[in-house]
Design a protein around this ligand. Structure first.
Ligand code: TMP
Ligand code: ASP
Length: 241
């Protein structure tokens, strides 16, 4: 059955979600809008929606082939994907291989050092509170997840990190850190949802350490759209050769 958009359901900072004829499936539309620092900084990046749709598509397919359960069903056009409808677990899971971003700031560390261990952080998805860093006990008290569900999400995140690190390395990119979100599908299974793209990953060229991700927008580094195109081109050549 051909999936068509029915009702507008929800608008996030970089995507819109629409219902379809099937109550268990929704359509995600990727926008060019970019925000940072809890939407205090706003702008648009030429082609970002298209690039993130394409990059997320490549990555969701690659992760599915690596045994990771995801919400992805199929790509419909240049900006839209059909995905399983999930209830988003309101935590952002951050996985760090290198010291960067808010962790470098919070702990007074220099950005760019490889961490001797993989670092997992969880943040409570709540705009009014600016998505605060929380721990497992907070998540349980907030009713976000049980200890067992958290354990499963950490395990899955570790596997995703391994698979993505390998993939990006083939594209001569260091995966410094990334953010993922999980959702519960109609059967109650926890699966990878949202997107995986240069909006949600820190990607550094392995030789020059040039930033090829949303930090170019956050930090006004210029050549933002070019960076998204570059990541897409590199992933395409790695995944089709
Ligand atoms: P941070 O260092 O700013 O906490 O970001 C860690 C990673 O999470 C980085 O790859 C960017 C990504 N991220 C998001 O995808 N959404 C967000 O809202 C934030 C703050 C970070
Ligand atoms: N997407 C987030 C926001 O606008 C922040 C970020 O990605 O840096 O709030």
């Amino acid at each position: 059955m051909k999936a068509t958009k029915k009702d507008f359901l929800y608008e996030g900072k970089s995507k819109q979600v629409y219902s379809t004829e099937d109550p268990n499936r929704v359509i995600v539309h990727y926008k060019d809008d970019a925000t940072a620092f809890n939407a205090q900084k706003r702008g648009t990046v030429v082609d970002k929606g298209e690039m993130n749709n394409r990059i997320s598509t490549l990555i969701f397919k690659y992760l599915a082939a690596s045994g990771i359960p995801t919400h992805y069903i199929k790509t419909l056009d240049e900006r839209e994907q059909l995905v399983k409808k999930v209830n988003i677990v309101p935590v952002e899971m951050i996985v760090r291989n290198y010291i960067a971003g808010s962790m470098a700031q919070r702990l007074g560390l220099e950005e760019g050092t490889k961490s001797p261990v993989t670092i997992f952080e969880i943040c409570y998805k709540k705009d009014e509170l600016s998505d605060p860093l929380i721990n497992d006990h907070h998540a349980v008290v907030l009713g976000i997840a049980t200890y067992d569900e958290l354990k499963y999400m950490y395990q899955l995140s570790g596997k995703i990190n391994q698979a993505l690190t390998e993939l990006f390395l083939k594209a001569n990119l260091i995966l410094a850190d990334f953010k993922i979100e999980f959702g519960k599908d109609a059967d109650g299974n926890i699966i990878l949802a949202d997107e995986v793209s240069p909006d949600t990953c820190r990607l550094w060229d392995k030789d020059t350490l040039k930033k090829l991700d949303k930090d170019r927008f956050r930090r006004d580094l210029g050549e933002v759209s070019e960076a998204y195109h570059e990541v897409y081109d590199r992933l395409t050549s790695v995944l089709t050769n």
